[in-house]
Design a protein around this ligand. Sequence first.
Ligand SMILES: [Zn+2]
Ligand SMILES: [Zn+2]
Length: 581
Amino acid sequence: MNDFTNAEVARKLQEVTAAYTLNKGNLFQIRAYENAATSIEHSTSEVKDLWEEGNLDKISGIGEAIKAHLDELFKTGKVKHWEEIKKGIPSGVFELLGIPGIGPKTALKLAKMGVSGKDDLIHQLRNNILVKKGFSKPLARKIGDALKRESARPKDGRMLLTFAFAQAERILEYLKKTPDIEKVDALGSLRRMVATIGDLDFAIASETPQKAIDYIVKMPGISKVSEKGNTKATIILSGGLSVDFIVVDPASYGALLQHFTGSKAHNIHLRSYAEKNGLSLSEFGVRNVKTSKINQTSTEEEFYGLLKMQVPPPEIREDTDEIELAIKHQLPQLVELEDIKGDLHVHSNLIAKPSHDPGVNSIKEIAKTAKKLGYRYVGSCDHQPSQANHNAEEMIQVLEKKKKAIEQQNYSGHLPRVLNLLEVDILPDGSLGVPDGALKYLDFAVASVHSSFNQSRNQMTMRILRALQNPYVKVLGHPTGRLLNKRESYKVDWKKVFKFAAKNNKALEINAYPDRLDLPDILVREAKEYGVKFVVSTDSHNVSQMDNMRFGVAVARRGWCEAKDIINTWDFKRLLEWCRI
Ligand SMILES: [Zn+2]
Ligand SMILES: [Zn+2]
């Protein structure tokens, strides 16, 4: 068996990309490998599973050649073609790839200077050996800073929500097929839709627990059953993920579900509230302390009902006022996925040389997908034309052309309306990467920070505020710049930004891209209190990613947003009024 996780496969593809780059391979090949690596890294299914099921097509951006290579990889454990491409390149190069700030060329330079790997690099940087050998001083400092930041980040190895959610969906789909299982739900941080997830746990209601357990351990894709009891089972999936199941009688399912959904803080507070009312809570039910009688509860409605409370949606069970409001029956009506009427950040392939990754689909394909999702409108929001390849005049031409293309698309009138948007770089001084003469062709611009993440808090705050002052900018894209498990947020005085945004009718984006989920839920709640409005967008680079909207909505819910707080729940007319410049 040749088991490779998605991260390992992506890593191999990145190595081939680097090898092609160093060997001056053709640009299309390099792009193809880059795209394949990115799709696999962000895939919500295990590539190995898809390969086994003959479903590699489900991963976007993988052509026939790479598919054949993956086939060879899973069958034999290696790929001859890849080995050949990598021949002659010092192995140290591949060790150094992936360290922030080190691309293939720098890696080669370092390897040639005798750096053997990451630890050696840290050693040589710390002792100034590299600079003495002639390595660029500013570059050495940049890499050193990046390494320091990386080591400061907690390595808790948690899964991205999107990945955990997709694994859970497959499991749920299987479990719902047997008559021996009456109800099943994911538990813990997954049910609360936290941005990163530790473990997968499931609650199951069954009249015939033994049969349910027997069915669970026969699930396809299990590499090992590590525990099998009368009411509990633990399995290890082929990707190495451990999953726990706990089975109870349907009569006490509500208490079990409540108990293991958490959060801990929510349950502790809830227990002390119950005690004051002469009740004691557990996974078995609600006990009357005086009479010792346990009230079983088959649903959470019954469970919270015994406490004379509303049921707080799982996403807000974090002990931040939800208990107080549930007691008063004043919980907010949180936004739902069905409230969303459009996606305002989808990258297309329209702009030939954008400043960052282009999308893979045409505007028409995007509009069709938007229709399938039931949307009324969709924002074609490409990265701006790159400054390296366009002067101001050329940018104006590109955006004039984009406007015409979108008008033509909208002319047919059959598909959802396409809004003409652009993701504009916020330059280090807060100016925009595109002149106003070009921005005027847009419905509005989404402005994002894509460089110089290390500025001081004050500098970064001023930078963002200056960008938001531009009348064409209506949305701040992925506001904190964090990449989950990869990059910390940059430092910003959020109060200043929230105040400015609320006062000047600028929205903050809740970006649903799997490793972003940015603005983070805690800041969403804070911003909302300042009266800030949001757009929930997927930042899709491929129409298949437009499904990620639910994760952005989850962040909005965790931030206590109602539909009225989210601009893309509004109908088209109101949206146009909002974005009128
Ligand atoms: Zn961006
Ligand atoms: Zn984007």
